[in-house]
Design a binder for this molecule. Structure first.
Ligand SMILES: Nc1ncnc2c1ncn2[C@@H]1O[C@H](COP(=O)(O)OP(=O)(O)OP(=O)(O)O)[C@@H](O)[C@H]1O
Length: 293
């Protein structure tokens, strides 16, 4: 596939600090990835490697077997949008010129779409960038990220400062434009419940390591709550990865992460255990709880 990104045993050290360790995964073409991790887990560092802002200390990051670092053809294919303070020369520009400058080497840039998005976010093209509120500056970055239609589009908590209606427009536009112009999106977020329905694939990193890489559908099937008589629930989950337990009188509710085969589902039914889904947010919280557990 033309736009598949392969990471193989990627590690990153800054000084003596280990930031990422032994990260391997394949980013398939034209899928929407959610990248989740707690503060300091290494999301921005990982995305910076994918955007070639940083070079891995060891391991490889390739597209079509070519190293992506300092690779001009790759640079044209990737855009990295994140909340960073803009340089003075940038904020002094009017919105329209800012977009023109920043989309200069972007072959798929669609100005008409950019203008349409600006209207949706209620950003006046004639305003100077520094005159925009923080949320609108974020929205302007989102406009750029969407309208350049880069085959690999990375949004690193791009919604920061944007209010709920603006975030809703962002999510809707990602999905709408993705349907019309399929491409790879990698979205890092802490707003899991707001965004989880967008993800086809989910990557969870914790302390610099990938702990989960699965399809959103598989994750929904693997995260389960089991409720029933305490003794029966305990016996049922004894070989399972238990994320959380709650006792309510003689009843116990346990959250697990793992596959249940047909026999186990049959047993659950015989034991009158109730199986229910858990949300990606709950799964994330309990899988990344670490030592506080
Ligand atoms: N330039 C740097 N020098 C030293 N340490 C760094 C540097 N950049 C990042 N780190 C460290 O790397 C770790 C991962 O940081 P990173 O910004 O990638 O996390 P994150 O998952 O994006 O966090 P957040 O959700 O808070 O944005 C943190 O411990 C951070 O302190």
């Amino acid at each position: 596939m033309e736009n598949e990104l392969q990471l193989d045993k990627v590690s990153l050290k800054i000084g003596n600090k280990r930031i990422l360790e032994d990260i391997s995964f394949l980013i398939e073409e034209d899928k929407i990835y959610g990248l989740l991790g707690r503060n300091g887990a290494g999301k921005t560092s990982l995305l910076s490697i994918l955007a070639t802002f940083r070079k891995a200390t060891s391991g490889s990051a390739t597209m079509n077997n070519q190293d992506i670092y300092e690779n001009a053809a790759y640079l044209e294919r990737v855009i990295f949008i994140r909340d960073v303070k803009m340089d003075e020369w940038q904020v002094g520009k009017r919105v329209k010129n800012w977009l023109k400058e920043n989309s200069r080497f972007r072959p798929q840039y669609d100005e008409e779409y950019a203008l349409e998005l600006l209207k949706k976010f209620k950003i006046d093209v004639k305003e100077k960038v520094y005159e925009l509120s923080r949320g609108k500056q974020s929205a302007l970055h989102v406009v750029l990220g969407l309208s350049v239609r880069a085959p690999i589009t990375i949004f690193d908590e791009a919604y920061l400062g944007m209010d709920a209606p603006a975030r809703e427009i962002f999510y809707e536009e990602v999905l709408k434009d993705y349907m019309e112009y399929p491409r790879t999106f990698i979205l890092s977020t802490h707003l899991i419940s707001e965004m989880e329905s967008m993800f086809e694939e989910v990557l969870i990193i914790d302390d610099g390591k990938v702990i989960i890489h699965d399809s959103a559908e598989a994750l929904r099937e693997k995260g389960l709550s089991i409720t029933g008589a305490t003794a029966k629930v305990e016996s049922f989950v004894k070989d399972k990865k238990v994320l959380k337990e709650q006792v309510l009188g003689g009843t116990k509710r346990v959250m697990i992460y793992g596959d249940l085969n047909e026999d186990e589902r049959g047993k659950a039914s015989l034991d009158e255990l109730e199986l229910g889904p858990i949300t990606l947010q709950e799964l994330f919280i309990h899988l990344t709880k670490g030592e506080e557990q």
